[in-house]
Design a protein around this ligand. Structure first.
Ligand code: PLP
Length: 478
C-alpha cells in the first residue's frame, strides 16, 4: 500500500530529527544544515536537510517525494545513474554466495584478479598493474607509498618530495591532504607529512595574460614547474600529481601541450608523473582514465568514484611497468595494505560496471553528446553573472562574476550567493548541482554519463533560470 501524505510527512520529519541528533555530515557546517527555527518560510534558512531516499535513471527523489535531476552524479560518482540496481544486485548476490570476502594481503581472489586484468586491458600504455583501495584519498596515499617504495628499490631513497597544484583537491586524510592545495584545508591539523610544493593550476580565465596566446601561457606554466623542481632539488622530487581537468576552482582545462610538457619535465628529472583521475576517470571525459586525450601515459593513475559507478565504494591505483618492476625487486616489500582494498563485492561490481559501460556505449554517449552539452553551457554566456564557461566531456562549470570586468564577489556576497541563494534556488528548480568557492565562485555540473540530449537541455535550462534569478538578486543588469 503506498504511503499517505501524512505518513510520508511523519517519516520525513522523523528522519530530519534523527539526522540532526545522530548523523555527522561530511564537509558541512552542521549547525546550518537544517531548517533554522526562526527562518522566514520560503527562504534558504528554512530549507531542511536534503535527504535523498530513492533513485531512478538520472533522477533522485527526496523524502517528500520531490524529484531532482542529479546533475552532479552524486559528487561525480554515479556514472550510470540509478537504474541498474537489479543487475548490480545480481552480480553482488553471486559474489556473496561464492566468496563474500578475502583480502589481497599476500593472497588473492578471482574477482580482484579479473578486475585488475580488465582494467589493465583498458588503460593506456603500460599501466598494466593495479592496486585496489576503497576511495580516492586511499588511492592517493597508496600511490605515494608505492612511489616511495619504488625509489627505495632503485636506490633513490632521497626522493621524498612532490609537486602538486594550487587549489587542487586530492583528498583530506592526512597523507592525501599534503597534496591538496585548497587554502585553509590544512590549518589546525598538524604539519603535513609530505613535503609538497604547490604550483599554478591551469586557470586561463583568471591567469592567462592579455598578451599571451595559449602556447605562451602553457610555456609559462611549465617554466614555473621547472623552477619549482629546481628549488626542491630535482633529485629529491618523487612525484608530480595533477588532475587532467582540475575540479576545485571549477573544471580547469589545461592548455594544449601542458601534459606533454609535464611528461617531458618528469622524464628529464626521473620524476613520476601521476594523473589523479578520481573525478576525470571512468567516462567523465569520455574515456577510461580521463587522460587519454592528452596523448601521454602517466607513471601512475589514481581512481575511485566512477570505478564502480558508486554502486559500492571502491578505488584503484594504476601502476606502469617500470614502477611495478621496482616493486617486484627481490629486496622490496610493499609496506602498504588496506584490509578491504579490492573487496570481492567491489570487484564484482566494478567488473559489471565495465560490462555495462561497453554494452550500453557509455563512453560513446559522452563523446557523442559532449558538443551538445558544450553548446548548451556556452549559451549561458549571455547572462551577466556568467564570466566564464569551461569544461570537457560531462564535466562543466560556469564562473560567476559581478560585472563585465569579471570582478569577484566579496566574502559576504559569496556567502549569500553560494551558500544561501543558489542551493535554495537549485533545489526549487529540481536540479542537483554544485555551487563552490574553494577557488573563484563557480556553479558546476557533472551529469550521469547516460544522459540524453533532452536531459542535458533540461539541465541547461534549469541552470539558466537559476542564474537569471541569481543575477537579479546580486543586482546585475540583463
Ligand atoms: C581529484 C580527487 N582526488 C582525490 C579525492 C578524494 O577522494 P575520496 O573522497 O574518495 O577520498 C577526490 C574527492 O573528491 C578528488 O576529487
Amino acid at each position: 500500500m503506498p504511503a499517505t501524505d501524512n505518513q510520508r510527512d511523519r517519516a520525513h520529519d522523523d528522519l530530519q530529527r534523527a539526522a540532526r541528533e545522530h548523523l555527522l555530515l561530511h564537509f558541512a557546517k552542521q549547525s546550518a544544515a537544517y531548517a533554522q527555527p526562526d527562518a522566514a518560510p520560503g527562504t534558504a534558512a528554512a530549507d531542511d536537510l536534503l535527504i535523498l531516499a530513492r533513485g531512478e535513471g538520472p533522477y533522485v527523489f527526496d523524502t517528500t517525494g520531490k524529484r531532482y535531476i542529479d546533475a552532479l552524479s552524486s559528487l561525480f560518482c554515479s556514472q550510470l545513474g540509478y537504474g541498474y540496481g537489479e543487475e548490480f544486485a545480481a552480480a553482488i548476490g553471486r559474489q556473496l554466495r561464492e566468496l563474500p570476502f578475502n583480502t589481497n594481503w599476500n593472497t588473492a581472489h578471482p574477482a580482484a584478479i579479473r578486475l585488475a586484468e580488465a582494467l589493465a586491458a583498458r588503460a593506456p600504455g603500460d599501466l598494466n598493474h593495479v592496486f585496489f583501495t576503497n576511495g580516492g584519498s586511499e588511492s592517493v596515499e597508496a600511490m605515494w607509498k608505492m612511489a616511495c617504495e619504488y625509489f627505495r628499490a632503485i636506490g633513490q631513497p632521497e626522493r621524498t618530495k612532490a609537486i602538486a597544484r594550487k587549489n587542487a583537491y586530492h583528498g583530506v586524510t592526512l597523507g592525501a591532504l599534503s597534496f591538496t592545495g585548497v587554502a585553509g584545508f590544512k590549518d589546525g591539523f598538524g604539519t603535513p607529512p609530505i613535503d609538497v610544493t604547490h604550483v599554478s593550476n591551469t586557470n586561463a580565465f583568471r591567469d592567462r595574460r592579455e598578451d599571451e596566446d595559449e602556447a605562451a601561457y602553457c610555456a609559462r606554466l611549465l617554466d614555473e614547474i621547472r623552477d619549482a623542481v629546481a628549488a626542491a632539488g630535482p633529485d629529491e622530487v618523487a612525484v608530480l600529481i595533477a588532475e587532467p581537468v582540475q575540479n576545485a576552482g571549477g573544471c580547469l582545462v589545461p592548455p594544449a601541450g601542458y601534459w606533454a610538457g609535464l611528461r617531458a619535465i618528469c622524464d628529464e628529472h626521473g620524476i613520476l608523473l601521476v594523473s589523479d583521475s578520481v573525478i576525470c576517470g571512468f567516462g567523465r571525459l569520455g574515456n577510461w582514465l580521463g587522460i587519454e586525450q592528452e596523448g601521454v601515459v602517466p607513471d601512475m593513475v589514481t581512481t575511485a568514484k566512477g570505478l564502480t559507478s558508486a554502486y559500492v565504494p571502491g578505488g584503484a591505483v594504476f601502476v606502469g611497468d617500470s614502477v611495478a618492476e621496482g616493486l617486484f625487486d627481490p629486496a622490496t616489500v610493499l609496506r602498504h595494505g588496506i584490509t578491504f582494498g579490492g573487496h570481492p563485492v567491489m570487484a564484482a561490481v566494478a567488473l559489471k560496471n565495465i560490462e555495462i559501460f561497453e554494452r550500453d556505449g557509455v563512453l560513446e554517449n559522452v563523446r557523442a553528446r559532449e558538443p551538445h552539452l558544450r553548446a548548451g553551457m556556452e549559451s549561458l554566456r549571455d547572462l551577466p553573472i556568467v564570466g566564464d564557461v569551461r569544461g570537457r566531456g560531462f564535466f562543466w562549470a560556469v564562473e560567476l562574476v559581478k560585472d563585465a570586468d569579471a570582478t569577484r564577489f566579496d566574502r559576504a556576497e559569496r556567502d549569500d550567493l553560494l551558500r544561501g541563494f543558489l542551493p535554495h534556488a537549485l533545489r526549487g528548480a529540481g536540479i542537483i548541482a554544485r555551487a563552490d568557492d574553494r577557488g573563484d565562485s563557480v556553479l558546476q555540473i557533472a551529469p550521469p554519463l547516460i544522459a540524453d540530449p533532452a536531459l542535458l537541455d533540461e539541465i541547461v535550462a534549469g541552470l539558466r533560470s537559476v542564474l537569471v534569478a541569481a543575477g537579479e538578486r546580486m543586482g546585475l543588469a540583463r
